[in-house]
Write a protein that binds this ligand. Structure first.
Ligand code: FA5
Length: 352
């Protein structure tokens, strides 16, 4: 067996030194050292030799195995270097060739919508502000003419923070951007022309509601501001954002912080405000020609007072709309479930 092992060593050493490529070497390695290789077979046969001879033969076989592994590694290195140096003779890198472009993302559709809304209002002198998205109850509710325990607060389905209570009340995840109204008035600079776009949070989830969403809040306060100004600004926004053919209307509504209050509707982009589809059927999108956009109204005197403003001298309007809702009404979009905006599904997001 010793002779057989030595003969095998010579044969394998020879095969290694004559290998011309790394794949030849791979084959040689499998042939001698692989799971069913010839040296492996001989190692298995050791169990059949006598107990006296076994240690000596075992040591020899292992020694041969180690030697062959060293030879294989050194021959592989040599062959790789040869192959590589040949490559540099035959192939040249063209540094002028364009590289591979890394995958490129883009802004989320809501970020784009926020930027677009900001630009539209900035063109008529509104200034984008930033106020806390976790705020005191005072700014989110109380200063907005909603005293403690007022049932209207239930509509906001608020997330309260587990944090110490101050004289401005509990801390809340802002359920609307209207917390910015009194904060902005407290600055005491007139005219106020604020557009505040921020995250809002409510305990709601269905096809038209998500627990985290965005609102944009407009506030215009000066001497002699009237509903006519509100109409003018809302029509301007609707035509810039949705297209020149779209019209808005005010519908009476109730908010504690505006008086009078309105819901704003916009003519449907699918049926052009007729309520009748191109197939002479009731429009599936709106059913009656109008779509609800959001709330608005003339700032309530108590809100002006809470912000230190004299309601006898100043008046103003405010509106607060959902960015997701407004965006989903853009013509041709037909987003029938806004939850998809936050599912991080690239098949959807890549379309924007
Ligand atoms: C308000 O939040 C008032 N603060 C709006 C306002 C401001 C009125 C200033 C008057 C003056 P409302 O709860 O209706 O109102 O919400 C306004 C808009 O926010 C809705 O029309 C809708 O577009 C959006 N919105 C509300 N809840 C959600 C939600 N869970 N998910 C997505 N959008 C929502």
């Amino acid at each position: 067996m010793q002779d057989q092992l030595n003969a095998l060593r010579l044969e394998a050493e020879n095969a290694i030194s004559v290998a011309k490529t790394t794949s030849d070497l791979d084959e040689t390695e499998v042939r001698y050292l692989g799971r069913k290789g010839r040296l492996t077979d001989m190692l298995k046969m050791l169990s059949g030799v006598s107990a006296e001879e076994r240690p000596k033969l075992g040591a020899l076989a292992n020694d041969i195995k180690r030697q062959l592994e060293i030879m294989l590694a050194s021959r592989r290195k040599q062959l790789e270097e040869e192959q590589y140096s040949k490559l540099s003779e035959t192939e040249r890198a063209d540094v002028t060739e364009p590289g591979n472009r890394p995958p490129e993302g883009h802004l989320h559709p809501m970020t784009k919508a926020i930027n677009e809304i900001t630009e539209i209002f900035e063109r008529i002198g509104f200034v984008r502000t930033r106020y806390p998205e976790v705020d005191w109850d005072f700014y989110a509710f109380e200063s907005l003419n909603m005293p403690k325990d007022h049932p209207a607060r239930d509509e906001w389905e608020t997330f309260f923070m587990d944090a110490p209570v101050s004289k401005k009340g509990k801390m809340v995840l802002t359920p609307h951007t209207s917390n910015s109204q009194v904060r902005e008035l407290e600055r005491g600079e007139f005219p106020v022309r604020m557009i505040n776009i921020a995250k809002c949070y409510r305990r709601q989830i269905d096809a038209t509601h998500v627990p985290m969403f965005h609102q944009f809040e407009g506030l215009y306060v000066d001497k002699g501001v009237s509903i006519a100004h509100l109409r003018g600004v809302l029509d301007y926004f609707a035509q810039e954002f949705f297209g020149p053919e779209r019209k808005t209307r005010l519908r009476p509504y109730h908010f504690r912080f505006t008086e009078p209050s309105f819901e704003i509707d916009i003519t449907c982009g699918v049926c052009g405000g007729t309520g009748i589809s191109a197939e002479k059927q009731k429009c599936k999108m709106c059913k009656r020609g109008w779509l609800e956009l959001g709330g608005a109204g003339m700032v309530h005197p108590n809100v002006l007072k809470a912000g230190g403003v004299d309601p006898k001298k100043y008046s103003g309007f405010a509106f607060g709309w959902g960015v997701e809702r407004t965006y989903s009404m853009k013509g041709g979009l037909n987003l029938d479930d806004i939850r998809i905006l936050y599912k991080n599904d690239l098949r959807f997001l890549k379309q924007f």
